[in-house]
Design a protein around this ligand. Sequence first.
Ligand code: PHE
Length: 503
Amino acid sequence: MVELRENEQRTLHALKKLSGKGSVDRILNASGLVHAAVMRAALVLQEKGLIEIHESKQTIITLSEEGRRYAEKGLPEKRLIQSLIKLGGEAPVEEAVEKARLDKKITTIALGWLHRKGWAKLDEKAHVLRKLKEPKVGTDEKLLTLLDDKAPLRAEDLSEKMQKAAAALKKRRLVEIDEKTYRELELTDSGWKQVKRGIEIVQEISQLTPELIITGKWRKVSLRKFDVTAPGPVAYPGKIHPLQQIIQMVRDAFLEMGFTEIRGPIVQTAFWNFDALFQPQDHPAREMMDTFYLSHPEKGGLPKKEVLNKVAQTHENGWTTGSRGWEYDWSPDEARRLILRTHTTAVTIRYLAEHNKPPVKVFSVDRIYRNEKVDYKHLAELHQIEGIIMDKDVTLQDLLGTLKEFYLKLGLEKVKFWPSYFPYTEPSAQAMFYVPELKTWVELCGMGLFRPEVLAPFGIDYPVLAWGGGLERLAMIKLGLGDIRYLYKNDLGWIRRTPLCPR
Ligand code: PHE
């Protein structure tokens, strides 16, 4: 004996009353259950082999609001011609319209159809309406009446003529034609056996009440079972934006490794962004195409003369660093120009200039700006991750080890280091990460040991390990994005789908 629940028993009972077969609608009527309950029960019964569910597509015709009105009062053209007949077959338009009690809005429609159906003609000059022939009851009117009595109708049950009329009435928006799935349930042989064994409908309790508990009745009633594996509605809790989560992850990684966070202004002088980093004043990165320059105000302040002179000399002839410098006339005016920082190295060098004694171990995660055309892999406003370590005996090996550990904390294992070039570091390298989906290596950050030309003017006597790289790149890898712009689109669907905790 198959164990069945209340609604399943009720559905079987209804099917029995319907001699073993019936549409879902009829089962609704026979069982008193709601649609969802019958469908759920039907699926269970089908699974247990007690019934079969037959599905077919049907074209259902129903009356629209306007159609229903005309079905009662007659089509406007019919009403108009009948009034005309009463007026003797010929009358001024206004008179006929008034007699038919047609609404102003439908007069033109009525006249149009009168003409089309050949029932009457409008003599434009004399402005009189003249009957042409006896108006027969058209198929469209028959269909309206039929629908009024028996809607909904299945198109499949109608004659071809009627189906054409339905299409015409649809154009007049008097009927609606919809595709519907029609379901019929039918008892199988084992379903019949089950029914014959007897249907016992035991009321199920779906909610425990205090009363049931206090009186102890809960022991006797049949409690409705819940399917805890059934999918529930998806909930979208409020959460932190995915990019902000990645920023937090990066911060945590740095903090766990003993770094302190620093921040600096977004607007910097070219001095801190370029000159202090030994980038010559004719360096292509300084051009308008790459860097945003400010117009109001145009210039900012520079550090004190003493430091400035050392920077100037280093650029011009290498000062005491043993370098020959860039061999040009360094201009303080160029260094004074205000820009939106193009990298956060501007922040770290400025910090170093003010903290030139070891140890220094700081980082920043902040916004930078580049005059880029925005596309799937470029943004004009983005974030950089930047870190520096200054201490007595630190070496390139420490830098590589630190970065390896840092990226490992962020879940990136396959990281390699390739040689690279930056005007302010020697040696220089870049960290690369292998993305299996793209089958390529992508750059994570640039790094190196600051050159003496960078350190000497600020009186820094110890090696400085420095690195910096894009945050969005990292976010794309972590979030599996192919288009960087997604991070700033505020596409609610994407934000919702992104897990609460990135891997
Ligand atoms: N500033 C470099 C960039 O924007 C990265 C870098 C930082 C390289 C520090 C070397 C040292 O790509």
